[in-house]
Structure formats: structure tokens, C-alpha cells
Design a binder for this molecule. Structure first.
Ligand code: 5GP
Ligand code: MG
Ligand code: MG
Length: 183
């Protein structure tokens, strides 16, 4: 069995390792088509997007480059405030480059809105977003997302790069945490 120690803390598995992998391959096939004749730069948002980036990039048939950004959103605990600080910037000049931002999850979309306007000001040739997961609240903020793995309910989930207090990123499935973990 896969990650038994980690998965025993879940009340519900939303998506298995296999389901996530299959969806990433589908999105990769779309991206292959859309960027067939373009020089693609994948921009992963640390730390959560590490797993998505690893799987998506290796499922692509086309060439791509990868770069990373780390941002911290100020806010009280679990609420995103939209005030974002760049902890690690890109190593690449994206002027004239086709950029695809790779995200783990979009909740309010506030973090992403900031990121998008920041990256747009650098004049990339194009700028699109891919996310593994998206929550309903994201619809309230006008963040256009070209590729979505799964639309999920408004619940706190862990696994596939998503953490609770730094843990569970290495859980291969995605699910909701059992209450005993919080207390
Ligand atoms: P937003 O600015 O879209 O509200 O926040 C996005 C960030 O909040 C994500 O990159 C992630 O770090 C965190 N986040 C939002 N929802 C969840 C969730 O269900 N589980 C986990 N582990 N992190 C989440
Ligand atoms: Mg993220
Ligand atoms: Mg987190």
C-alpha cells in the first residue's frame, strides 16, 4: 500500500495517486498541442507546486524550461490577504517568453492575482496559468486559469505538494485531514 503512515491521517481521499497522474497526463497533452511551436517556460510556485511541476513537465512531449518563484502571502493563519512578498524571484528574464505558471491550488486567487500582475509587467510573450486544484471561491476573483486539474469543494486538503504545518506534501494522494491531527 502507498504512504500508509500519511494516508491513515485522512478522513477522505479525494483523488488517488493514479487519478492525479492520469489528469496530469491529460493536461500535458493539451499543453503539448497549445505550445507545440513555442518556447515554453514553466514557472513553478514554491513550495506546493513541486510535485505538480515534476509530473507535468515529465508528461510533456515538447521542450520546456523551468524556473521557480517563492512568495509569501501575509494574512492571519489560513486566510490569504492578497498582500504578497516575493521570497525568491525568477532566475530568468521572461521578456518575450511564453510563460506558464504552475500552481498547486487556487483558493481565493489573491496570491495568484498578485503574481500575474507582477509577471505581466515584465512583458512575456504570453502568460497563462495551470493549477492542479481549484476551489469555488476562486471564481469570485477574476483569475483566468487555462488548465485546471480538478475543481474541488471548499475544504482544506493535503497531499501532492499541499501541506498542513509543513507535513503531508509527500502524500501521493489528495484528501482531507482527520480532526485528530489538528488537536
Ligand atoms: P489563495 O491566495 O488562492 O487564497 O491561496 C493559495 C495558497 O493557499 C496555496 O498556494 C496554498 O499554499 C494555500 N492553500 C489554499 N487552500 C489550501 C488547501 O486546501 N490545502 C493546503 N494545504 N493549502 C491550501
Ligand atoms: Mg501555491
Ligand atoms: Mg501551505
Amino acid at each position: 500500500m502507498d504512504d500508509t503512515q500519511l494516508s491513515s491521517d485522512l478522513t477522505r481521499v479525494l483523488y488517488s495517486k493514479e487519478e492525479v497522474a492520469a489528469r496530469m497526463r491529460e493536461l500535458a497533452a493539451q499543453i503539448d498541442e497549445d505550445y507545440a511551436d513555442k518556447d515554453l517556460l514553466l514557472v513553478g510556485v514554491l513550495n506546493g507546486a513541486v510535485m505538480v511541476m515534476a509530473d507535468l513537465s515529465r508528461a510533456l512531449a515538447i521542450h520546456c524550461r523551468m524556473d521557480w518563484m517563492a512568495v509569501s502571502s501575509y494574512g492571519s493563519g489560513t486566510q490569504s490577504s492578497g498582500v504578497v512578498r516575493i521570497l525568491k524571484d525568477l532566475s530568468t528574464d521572461i521578456t518575450g517568453v511564453h510563460v506558464l505558471v504552475v500552481e498547486d491550488i487556487i483558493d481565493t486567487g489573491l496570491t495568484l492575482s498578485y503574481l500575474i500582475s507582477n509577471l505581466r509587467s515584465r512583458n512575456p510573450a504570453s502568460l497563462k496559468v495551470m493549477t492542479a486544484f481549484r476551489k469555488p471561491e476562486a471564481a469570485q476573483n477574476a483569475v483566468e486559469v487555462a488548465y485546471v486539474g480538478f475543481d474541488i469543494p471548499n475544504e482544506f486538503v493535503v497531499g501532492y505538494g499541499l501541506d498542513y504545518d509543513g507535513h503531508y506534501r509527500n502524500l501521493t494522494s489528495v484528501g482531507t485531514l482527520a480532526p485528530h491531527v489538528y488537536s
